[in-house]
Design a protein around this ligand. Structure first.
Ligand code: ADP
Ligand code: MG
Length: 362
């Protein structure tokens, strides 16, 4: 696999570069609560400035306005944030608006109807803004939207610096993992996790399953899970997996529950999981081990996090929406890569071809 990186572009002189950025930050009113995603954009913009690009047009979405203007989801707070980093910056409301500023931010791309329909006409209109396209939004790369996908049919397309890091870090654990490889899957959305579990059944030494995802497997194994969160649709899949791989797929041996619902893994499971984690040379982790938002069900998740982060020998890749939140106050060492992608990371690891990478990986 080869990644077409912006580092392979000979010259950006006189070129206008459209960068698909990750602007989907959590907001409280118009205050940005977490700027992790914005931080991943800065090195690429700095690189393009040093390489003397004529202009940089930043395009991205915020929330789900569904093709209509929604003032609450304006990119104004993002522009304000970027103004602190870069001086000559302008904010335009439509692709037809002209600006001579070095950096131009286009208003929330999901305000435009064509975006999420991957509309060819809109892609063409957008492409007229620039000479080169750069994808710097891994977390949206599984979406078939204009600013991620169709635009690549109209402009030469490259990976931004952070996107390149995402692809190389994830590819390494997906295809060339040092053994033993331990995959830890938790969280709630089993439909997004099953493809990942399936894709690692042959490759991984162990797959540790916690969170609500484990409830499905425990039920498939014949255990009484009471009123726990499960999705019956996936019971046949879970049964099939256990039939062939019951020594590899490791399920909780005890749990913490309330009102007949399993809400966290128990102390024996923590010992079991952390024992396996300790011997791993590669670790992939997605999804909390329990309903960690409530303090009394957070122990399992944080103990397993401790186990993972204490393994200094392993190459570790972590990703996911809530999973990222769990890491907020943790010290992240050099052997750990935290992906900005939730759904995109899961699809990439499961071996799916992402629309946003179609012209970028060869
Ligand atoms: P991520 O976004 O990290 O991929 P998910 O979205 O799949 O993870 O799931 C995260 C959610 O799963 C959390 O909000 C957590 O409370 C919930 N969860 C984990 N374990 C359980 C459980 N046993 N019962 C109910 N909810 C759970
Ligand atoms: Mg989530």
């Amino acid at each position: 696999m080869k990644i077409k990186s912006i580092k392979s572009v000979k010259s950006f002189k006189k070129k206008i570069v459209l960068v698909r950025a990750d602007f989907d930050v959590p907001l409280k009113g118009n205050r940005i609560v977490d700027d992790t995603r914005l931080k991943t954009l800065i090195p690429t913009v700095e690189y393009l400035l040093v390489k003397k690009a004529k202009q940089i047009v930043l395009v991205g979405h915020l929330g789900r306005p569904n093709g209509k203007v929604d003032k609450k989801l304006s990119l104004a707070p993002v522009v304000k944030y970027l103004k602190k980093e870069f001086k000559d910056i302008d904010f335009i409301k439509s692709p037809d608006e002209k600006s001579d500023s070095k950096i131009v931010v286009l208003e929330n791309i999901r305000f435009f109807k064509g975006e999420e329909q991957n509309d060819k006409k809109f892609a063409k209109q957008l492409s007229k803004l620039a000479d080169i396209y750069v994808n710097e939004c891994f977390s949206s790369s599984h979406r078939n939207d204009v600013s991620v996908s169709a635009i690549q049919n109209f402009l030469p397309s490259y990976a931004g610096l952070h996107l390149e890091k995402e692809i190389s870090s994830l590819s390494l654990v997906k295809d060339k993992a040092k053994k033993p490889l331990v995959v830890i899957i938790g969280g709630a959305k089993i439909e997004t996790k099953l493809p990942v579990i399936n894709s690692f059944l042959d490759k991984a030494e162990y797959i540790l399953v916690g969170g609500a995802v484990a409830n499905n497997f425990m039920m498939a194994r014949g255990e009484n899970v009471g009123k726990s969160l499960i999705d019956k649709k996936y019971l046949p899949d879970a049964k099939k997996i256990l039939k062939k791989f019951k020594h590899k797929v490791i399920l909780p041996v005890d749990y913490i529950s309330e009102k007949d619902k399993i809400l966290d893994i128990g102390p024996r499971t923590i010992m079991l999981f952390n024992g396996i984690i300790k011997s791993a040379k590669t670790i992939i982790w997605n999804g909390p081990m329990g309903n960690f938002e409530k303090k009394k069900f957070a122990n399992g998740t944080f103990k397993v996090v401790e186990g993972i982060l204490n393994n200094n020998k392993a190459n570790i890749v972590i990703g996911g929406g809530e999973t990222g939140e769990v890491l907020k106050d943790q010290k992240i060492k050099k052997n750990v890569f935290v992906s900005v992608g939730g759904g995109a990371m899961l699809e990439f690891l499961a071996g799916k071809k992402l629309p946003g990478l179609k012209k970028i990986i060869k």
